[in-house]
Design a protein around this ligand. Structure first.
Ligand code: SF4
Length: 58
């Protein structure tokens, strides 16, 4: 289960560059989990660790 605190997401795109199978930016330039994405992927944790705002929790 992955949660993104979208209020605090700054849309920097780092999570997408680390793990683009799972994360994408929506029209508001906030990160979200792609539909049907496998959130157990190893890169999800990496993305959470890489987020400068620390808004991804796994
Ligand atoms: S790395 Fe964090 S702040 Fe940057 S787009 Fe992803 S969730 Fe938002």
């Amino acid at each position: 289960m992955v949660k993104i605190d979208r209020e605090k997401c700054i849309g920097c795109g780092i999570c997408i560059s680390v793990c683009d199978e799972v994360f994408e930016l929506d029209d508001d330039m906030k990160s979200r989990v792609k539909k049907g994405a496998d959130t157990n992927k190893e890169c999800v944790k990496e993305a959470a660790d890489s987020c400068p705002e620390n808004v991804i929790s796994v």
